[in-house]
Design a protein around this ligand. Sequence first.
Ligand SMILES: [Zn+2]
Ligand SMILES: [Zn+2]
Length: 139
Amino acid sequence: MFLCQNLEHEGSSIIAFCLSADCQEPKSQFSFNCLINPQKHQNCRIDCKPFDKIDTLLDLILYKLDKMLEQTDQKFELLKLEYEKTIKIIQQEQQRFYEIIKNLKEQKYQEFLDNIGKIKNWNTIMKSTQFEKELLISG
Ligand SMILES: [Zn+2]
Ligand SMILES: [Zn+2]
């Protein structure tokens, strides 16, 4: 059995726990005799919870954790949508460049010129990042 460890009332059964993070008492558990001593848990009376109150608190914590799971799931769904959108944009861009390459190979210069703005944009992007710079120079 779990008993009070205060010397003055050692052996009294525990009726509650102090749940204050700032509690100065060496032990969190306390007995009825601890409770009637105004010296003990002076600044944390509100956090001294009997078992049924602790039950309620634990239920609330579980509920809160459930909500956090739900919110995290929702965030993930949003990220997933964002991810799928980005992938689609990149793939569409790839597709257009396959066509541009094909046009150039087949000497369809008018079609190539129709996309020159896009190639110019990419030329700027490529010049601005070190990795691609090296790729262009070595290639
Ligand atoms: Zn006690
Ligand atoms: Zn306390």
